[in-house]
Design a protein around this ligand. Sequence first.
Ligand SMILES: [Zn+2]
Ligand SMILES: [Zn+2]
Length: 362
Amino acid sequence: MNDRPDQSYHKLTPARDNSIKRSSRSGEYLRWRVNVADAYRAAGMVDEGDAFEQCSDPSHFFMLSPGDELPVEAIKVVVCSDHPDHLSKGICPSCQLRTCPDCAHREAARLLARYMPTLQQYFRVPYRPGWKFRSVVFTAGVSLHDGDVRQQVKHLYTSVRKVFENALKSRPQGAVAISDTGILLAHEFGPNGLKLHIHGLYYGPWLDQPVLADLWQRYTGWQVVYISGVGKSKEIDNLEDAVAEVVKYTTKFWKREKSGKVVFVDPKIVPVLHKVIEGTRRVRTWGLFYDIQEVEEKAACPTCGAPLALLSRLEWDAWSQTGFKPDELRAALRGDVLLNSIHGNKSPPWEPDIGIKQGRLL
Ligand SMILES: [Zn+2]
Ligand SMILES: [Zn+2]
């Protein structure tokens, strides 16, 4: 069964959400991944092919309980340094390629987590009276297969900038500088014919759709510009969906036919896409949205606030089986007296917290 495309990627879960669970890739999706890896190699991109094949997601992060055996692909475990039973997250290697649906999904979640707090503030408290968020899509007939597609992408971004600048300058209600508005943009190749379009989230005063469409045609020759409102009872009913729509993917890796059948993009396309997007920025931000930094979250245990530590497979195994943290184990091996053992005088490894262990003897 094909379970991956059945999941809704419309709304993304922020990466910091601890609840990402281990799940299995479907047979069809796995076969597609193997074919993509082969296509990379056939295109002379052997390292990328290997990385793509070895990317062990979807279980990039998964929660572990004491006594759990580490899956073979896990390389490290992130734990609460004080009480590993509070939090233990296995980490598997990932390819980090933007052409990998799993890695792209995680990257999108990170971007969403980065932009949402600032954008939400503007959503709640308008920067200027009447300013609203709108989703704007600029379409173009440029295909991934066009030889000059990288130049075309550049040209389209420059044109989007000119469109907004001019539309804002020529507003009958008064000119506004583009630097006073907020714009978030990303380009995407659609599933049909891999046609390029630019997804934008615009925050500012009202702009007429025909004005944007006319300007778009003037600068690019392409005609279609879609605008949707963002907010309650609008086309896109919440801001998070609108941001996710922009940051989610560089392409859709599959589409669902009317019959319900899921069709993956041709694996041979993937190395082509790779070369086209290589070295390009995933997301562009202008004006109010420029240079929004990630909110640095201190890596701390959500239960007790202790810093998180990184354990090797061996250290995890040792702790998981004996209840000794790495420093305690080292002390024990040296023959030092254990004063601060994690399990104190409880029977090993300790009495588990209620609930999650389901009666299993640890
Ligand atoms: Zn990957
Ligand atoms: Zn803790």
